[in-house]
Design a binder for this molecule. Structure first.
Ligand SMILES: [Zn+2]
Ligand SMILES: [Zn+2]
Length: 95
């Protein structure tokens, strides 16, 4: 398990440890303890950027560790920005 436990907030860029923090029921993201933001607080184009970066990061992790990420936790956000979860797994990496 080498997934990041310390995250950088998309809204305020503050670092926080996600351990012990509840994830948002709507977007599946962790709420930043500094500014209280999750993916819900981003605009549509900001959500697209955040999800694209997540996809880059998660596909790299998958390549390095074989551990895959379940983007369906962000189904609501993906619906907002009109992206299918399976599109976020790079071809050749799907298990
Ligand atoms: Zn924040
Ligand atoms: Zn949220």
């Amino acid at each position: 398990m080498c997934r990041a436990t310390v995250l950088c907030c998309f809204k305020c860029a503050g670092w926080f440890n996600k351990e012990g923090i509840e994830s948002c029921d709507i977007c599946g993201d962790w709420k930043c303890p500094h500014c209280g933001s999750c993916l819900c607080d981003l605009t549509l184009s900001e959500k697209k950027i955040a999800i694209s970066y997540m996809a880059t990061y998660e596909n790299l992790l998958k390549e390095l560790t074989g551990e895959s990420y379940d983007f369906s936790r962000h189904t609501q956000v993906l619906r907002d920005i009109n992206i299918e979860p399976r599109k976020l797994i790079r071809s050749g990496l799907s298990s």
